[in-house]
Design a binder for this molecule. Structure first.
Ligand code: ZN
Ligand code: ZN
Length: 417
């Protein structure tokens, strides 16, 4: 009998699940898309639905990925900023507090004209230097580390004793509103101090950026000045066991966006930097498939995130979402053609449902399939929100997924004697 453990591949179509779409005759993008490979996997395997966090709770992508990778999101989600920062290549220590940041354009009295400063801030590296040399009165013993990533985005890390991630955002989240004051979300000294530091950082960022020559140059070229840094998503690294310690898996992550890369790094995955994997609608999914094929012999578990489905959903782009799903199917096809299926347990799901009609995450369960030679298939022959309702997995929570995958891949430990 072959008891060699199977390799595991988990494919997460970000926000891939949907609701009936008017423009698609009340079918969902997954129902309309041409997905021969996903349908074949559904036919050979079992299907069902996942309450990624809990029934009816709309998941953020970060806690959703924690859950799907086997980590209780309620206990282990400690804010998004830390994941974003390490996903951008900053190294974080335990206790560092990190924020997601935007260069934005504000009026003199801090009403937000564009919270993305026109989206393209090629002067980012210049501004980064200025921000890293700021001296803050409220931040004695605290090191300020700012890093620009792409477009208008960046991350801020506060390093030092007595800091907290329990502070609110300065980013109001919408144009036309005033920049918010960061508030402590708890009454302890660390939260009060961290809020003070963020407020002083925000003020100083405005002071050094508003008259910066690079911004004057932007204005002369008809661009919006990037005259302030807005912060949100305060986070610290979670105290968790690595995926190797926890599930005995040598794991690799293939993703385009810093958030997912950062989560996986924090959980001890190796993270591949795949050329062309952008996290956008233009992402090179064939390159992702090839990357997976190239490392499968060296690892036990590969997770692949495709962000484009969520991007299309937030922007209400019906055709683009359908096409993105078809491109995920093509990616799966390449993987299936190059990996020995007798030694593979493959699962496809979404981290949350992002309906095109709602343009944000909702608490509906996500569709899932698992296919492996060890599985007794159910009668479901297509992969979409409707068909999987009849599937053999039934309804599970996000944290139940890894135990199922470990079981079908012959990697589970027996409970009791
Ligand atoms: Zn997501
Ligand atoms: Zn989203």
């Amino acid at each position: 009998m072959n008891i060699k453990p199977l390799k595991i591949i988990l494919i997460i179509g970000d926000g891939m699940g949907d609701r009936p779409v008017k423009e698609l005759n009340n079918r969902t993008p997954l129902e309309v898309a041409n997905t021969p490979n996903l349908d074949e996997l559904a036919k050979q395997g079992v299907t069902g639905i996942v309450d990624v966090i809990s029934p009816g709770i709309p998941p953020g992508s970060a806690p959703a990925h924690l859950a799907l990778l086997g980590y209780d999101p309620i206990k282990n989600y400690t804010g998004r900023g830390a994941f974003e920062a390490i996903g951008m290549g900053l190294s974080l220590n335990m206790g560092d507090v990190a924020f997601r940041c935007n260069f934005a354009t504000v009026t003199d009295d801090w009403v937000v004209i564009d919270r993305r400063a026109g989206r393209y801030v090629s002067e980012g590296p210049v501004f980064e230097k200025v921000l890293n040399s700021l001296k803050l009165r409220s931040a004695a013993n605290v090191k300020i580390i700012f890093k620009h990533s792409i477009e208008h985005r960046g991350a801020l890390v506060l390093r030092g004793p007595g800091l907290s991630n329990l502070v609110s955002n300065t980013d109001p989240g919408k144009n036309g509103l005033k920049v918010l004051e960061a508030k402590p979300l708890s009454n302890d000294e660390a939260s009060i101090r961290t809020a003070k530091i963020i407020n002083e950082f925000t003020l100083k960022s405005f002071e050094v950026l508003k008259d910066h020559p690079a911004n004057k140059d932007r204005v002369s070229r008809g661009l919006l000045p990037a005259n302030i840094v807005l912060c949100r998503g305060a986070g610290v690294l979670p105290h968790v066991k690595s995926i190797k310690e926890k599930l005995n898996l040598k794991a690799t992550c293939i993703a385009g966006v810093p958030l997912i890369k950062g989560i996986c790094k924090a959980l001890g995955f190796t993270v591949l930097n795949v050329k062309g994997a952008t996290g956008g609608l233009n992402s090179d999914l064939k390159a992702k498939a090839k990357a997976a094929i190239s490392v499968i012999n060296e690892v036990d578990f590969i997770v692949i995130n495709v962000k484009g489905t969520d991007v299309a959903s937030h922007d209400g782009l019906v055709k683009e979402k359908v096409r993105m799903i078809e491109r995920i199917d093509e990616m799966v096809g390449i993987i299936l053609n190059h990996i020995d299926l007798d030694s593979l347990c493959i699962s496809v799901t979404a981290d949350h449902v992002t309906p095109l009609s709602y343009r944000d995450h909702v608490g509906d369960p996500t569709p899932i399939l698992i296919s492996a030679p060890t599985i007794v298939p159910d009668d479901v022959k297509e992969f979409n929100e409707r068909s999987v309702l009849k599937g053999g997995i039934g309804r599970i929570k996000g944290v139940d997924l890894m135990p199922l995958l470990l079981n079908y891949s012959l990697r589970s430990k027996k409970f009791g004697e």
